[in-house]
Design a protein around this ligand. Structure first.
Ligand code: NAD
Length: 373
C-alpha cells in the first residue's frame, strides 16, 4: 500500500482546548483510517517558554512564542487555532493568506461580520476550514437527527435547548477574554453550541425573540481593581423553526452546580426525545405507539450501532468521552481536506452561528421578534 501523504499541523494555544485538540490528533489516527499521516510540527503559544513546555507534553517537534512565524512556515499545512476568541480572526486570515487549511475553535470570531470575512477569505483561497462544534460529533446526536428525519417522532412541534455551566458563577472570578464586550458573553461562549445543536437537529431557525441579561455587573480585573461587565451571563431566546416548530434556547454560565448541561428536549406528534450532555452516551425516546400502560421514556445506550462508536470500542455501554468527540471532528475534517467528504462545519457554518447570536442580542436590545436570515 502506498504511503499516505503527510499533513503537518501547527497548533496555536495549549490551554483547555489546545490539550483537547492534541488528544484528538493523537487518537484519530489510531481509531480512523485517515487520508493523511499526521505530523505534529509546531506548537505556538504566548511565549517561547510556555510553547516549549506544551510542545514537549503534547508531542510537537518544534515550538515558538511567535504564532506569526509559525503561520508563515511553508512546511505547515494546517493551522489549528485554540487561542482566545478576539485573536481568531487575525490568526485565521494570516493562515489563509499563507495558503493553510484552518481549524478554529468556536465562536469563530467576535462579530458576524468578522466571521463572514474569514469565510469569504477561505473560500477565495480554496482552503478547507473547520469550527470546533465538537458536540455535533456525538453519535447520539446523529441518532436523534436520524429519528427526527425518519418520522419516528412524527411532526416536530417543539424544542427546548440549554447549555448551562457554572464556571462564571463565582462573582470574585476575574474578568477574562470571555467577558470581552466585543463578542463575549454566555450566549456567544456556550449559546453558540446550543444554537448549533438546535439547527443540526431541527433545521433552520427563522425568527428569534432574545433576552440577554448581565447579572454579575463587575469582576476583579486581575490588577487589584474591578472592571465593569457588559456581556450577558444568561442569554435566552424564543425560537421559530422553518419546519413550524416553536422552541427555546438558554445559555447560562452562572448555573450553580451545572457542569455540562448541553441538553435538549424535542416533542413531536408521535414521540419525544430527551438528551443530556452530562450523560451523553444516552438518548431517551418516548413513543406514543407503545401499548397503553407500558408507555414511558426508554433509554437508548451508545454502542457499535451508533457509528463511529464501534471504531473506538467494540462493546456497547462502555461509553465515549469528551476528547473522543474531538477525534471524530478531526477525522471528518481531514476527510474534507482530502476531498472525501464536504466540510462538516466550515467557516460559513460558523458565520451562521455568529449571525444567530447577534440577531438574538439585537432582539434583546430592541425587545422585538427578528428574522434570522
Ligand atoms: P485557555 O485560556 O485555556 O487557552 C488559551 C490558550 O491560548 C493558552 O494556551 C494561551 O496561552 C494561548 N494564547 C493566548 N494569547 C495568545 C497569543 N497571543 N498567541 C498565542 N497563544 C496565545 O482557553 P480555552 O478554554 O482553551 O479557550 C480557547 C478557545 O477555545 C476559545 O475560543 C473558546 O471559546 C474555545 N473553547 C471551545 C470549547 C469546545 O467545546 N469546543 C470548550 C472550551 C473553549
Amino acid at each position: 500500500m502506498p504511503d499516505k501523504p503527510v499533513l503537518k499541523i501547527g497548533l496555536i494555544g495549549s490551554g483547555f482546548m489546545g490539550k483537547t485538540h492534541a488528544f484528538g490528533f493523537a487518537s484519530a489516527p489510531r481509531v480512523f483510517d485517515l487520508p493523511y499521516e499526521i505530523e505534529l510540527h509546531t506548537l505556538a503559544d504566548r511565549s517561547d517558554a510556555v510553547a516549549a513546555e506544551a510542545a514537549r507534553a503534547f508531542g510537537f517537534a518544534r515550538s515558538t512564542g511567535d504564532w506569526r512565524a509559525m503561520v508563515a512556515d511553508p512546511e505547515i499545512d494546517l493551522v489549528d487555532i485554540t487561542a482566545p476568541n478576539a485573536l481568531h480572526k487575525e490568526m485565521a486570515l494570516a493562515a489563509i493568506a499563507a495558503g493553510k487549511h484552518v481549524y478554529c475553535e468556536k465562536p469563530l470570531a467576535p462579530l458576524a461580520g468578522d466571521a463572514r470575512e474569514m469565510a469569504d477569505a477561505a473560500e477565495a483561497a480554496g482552503v478547507k476550514t473547520q469550527v470546533g462544534f465538537n458536540y455535533l460529533c456525538n453519535p447520539m446526536l446523529a441518532q436523534a437527527r436520524e429519528m427526527i428525519r425518519s418520522g419516528a417522532l412524527g411532526e416536530i412541534r417543539s424544542y427546548r435547548g440549554v447549555h448551562a455551566e457554572d464556571y462564571m458563577a463565582d462573582a470574585s472570578a476575574p474578568f477574562t477574554f470571555r467577558n470581552d464586550p466585543v463578542g463575549g458573553g454566555a450566549l456567544a461562549d456556550i449559546g453558540s453550541h446550543a444554537l448549533a445543536t438546535a439547527e443540526y437537529l431541527l433545521g433552520p431557525i427563522t425568527k428569534v425573540l432574545g433576552d440577554c441579561a448581565t447579572v454579575i455587573t463587575s469582576r476583579p480585573d486581575g490588577a487589584g481593581g474591578t472592571k465593569t461587565v457588559e456581556t450577558d451571563d444568561v442569554g435566552r431566546a424564543f425560537l421559530r423553526f422553518e419546519n413550524g416548530a416553536a422552541g427555546t434556547i438558554e445559555a447560562n454560565w452562572i448555573a450553580m452546580g451545572r457542569k455540562m448541561q448541553h441538553d435538549f428536549e424535542i416533542y413531536g406528534s408521535k414521540g419525544a426525545l430527551l438528551f443530556s450532555q452530562e450523560r451523553f452516551n444516552e438518548l431517551h425516546f418516548y413513543s406514543a405507539a407503545d401499548p397503553a400502560g407500558q408507555r414511558g421514556f426508554r433509554r437508548i445506550e451508545a454502542g457499535p450501532d451508533h457509528a463511529p462508536y464501534g471504531l473506538f470500542c467494540v462493546a456497547p455501554g462502555h461509553q465515549l468521552g469528551f476528547n473522543d468527540l474531538k477525534a471524530i471532528e478531526i477525522a471528518r475534517y481531514l476527510d474534507a481536506i482530502a476531498g472525501r467528504a464536504p466540510e462538516p462545519f466550515g467557516f460559513r457554518a460558523g458565520e451562521r452561528i455568529q449571525t444567530l447570536i447577534e440577531t438574538i442580542q439585537r432582539s434583546s436590545r430592541e425587545t422585538a421578534w427578528l428574522e434570522t436570515a
